[in-house]
Design a protein around this ligand. Structure first.
Ligand code: RIB
Ligand code: CA
Length: 310
């Protein structure tokens, strides 16, 4: 039986690749895609999600718009990384598939209540506002979530949007605190891992050679990587979000440890920091499987194989 998932996302070129990877993989049944404000405002993230579904030939996919700002703070976006549209690199046609009328938070609640308990996995790859709002509005869903596999946070890599915090957590730290303290089985894909999933030239040329979808992905990464290569001097940019989907498909590509992770919500200096007790010195109970390493070659082999199916 395919694993039922809901992707919560702020596309974003790397989000888009994660969505394509999920839609190309028969091991997964994507029940819906819920959009949140993050890389760019919600009005763009929901359009981008629909563009990506149509690129994958999935105009049947249900896409929902969710929260357009964090729970308690003003929205911080990342056009400097993703471009004005959030999907700069290639101009995709405006979507013709509909946006669902229900709010993403209500779709999350209704689906978790309707599906058998423990059968739906949530895959948040943007700020955690929608997930936290659903948990607050309907606390009964927390015990029904099979697992949350999210991209966010950092330990050794510390931060990318501030010296201390990763973007998804920093945008809505209060939402992250709700999710990390909810008690659901939680898998965290931090920068420590995603910074190893670099879009090197050979990897991108292998994708470009796949055909139309691979060419679009390569155009996205050609645009997306300029920022990270300049910042880190790295050979390519990190493909953050697809690491969550790859974990669902081939968990053996990743290694990590069960540790306690708390979220900084008070300090202006370190707001949104994931305080990951990697060396287990705090005495606080583990609440997350926090990833520390990955097989990058294996990841790109999987990604190339699956995108080649679209
Ligand atoms: O810090 C990386 C994360 O922030 C990724 O999810 C990227 O899409 C942005 O949302
Ligand atoms: Ca994202």
């Amino acid at each position: 039986m395919p694993r039922k998932i809901i992707i919560d996302t702020d596309p974003g070129q790397d989000d888009a690749v994660a969505i394509l990877l999920a839609l190309a993989s028969s091991e997964l049944e994507v029940l819906g895609i819920t959009c949140v404000a993050g890389n760019v405002p919600l009005a763009l993230t929901e359009v981008n999600a629909r563009k990506v579904c149509e690129l994958a030939g999935r105009a049947d996919m249900r896409v929902f718009a969710g929260c357009d700002r964090p729970l308690m703070r003003r929205l911080i976006t990342a056009e400097h990384v993703h471009g004005k549209t959030g999907l700069d690199g290639v101009a995709l046609p405006a979507p013709t598939m509909p946006l669902q009328s229900a709010h993403a938070v209500d779709f999350l609640i209704d689906t978790l209540r309707a599906e058998p308990a423990g059968s739906v996995t949530l895959v948040p790859i943007g700020p955690l506002t929608n997930i936290a709002m659903a948990m607050r509005k309907a606390p009964d869903i927390v015990g029904r979530i099979a697992e949350i596999v999210l991209m966010g946070g950092a330990y050794f890599e510390v931060g990318n949007i501030t010296p201390a915090a990763e973007f998804n957590i920093h945008v809505d730290p209060e939402a992250a605190e709700i999710v990390f303290r909810a008690g659901c089985p939680l898998v965290v894909m931090p920068l420590d891992v995603t910074h190893k999933a670099l879009t090197t030239r050979p990897r991108i040329e292998a994708l470009r050679a796949l055909g139309p979808v691979g060419q679009v992905v390569a155009s996205w990464t050609d645009f997306f990587e300029r920022f990270d290569m300049e910042k880190y001097g790295s050979e390519g940019a990190p493909l953050h979000d697809p690491c969550t989907i790859a974990y669902l498909l081939k968990p053996e590509l990743f290694t990590g440890r069960e540790i306690n992770v708390e979220i900084e919500t008070g300090s202006a200096l370190t707001l949104g920091m994931t305080v990951a007790d990697w060396w287990r010195v705090s005495g606080r109970a583990p609440n997350a499987l926090f990833m520390g390493d990955m097989d990058a070659e294996g990841f790109f082999a999987l990604l190339t194989d699956r995108l080649g199916r679209l």
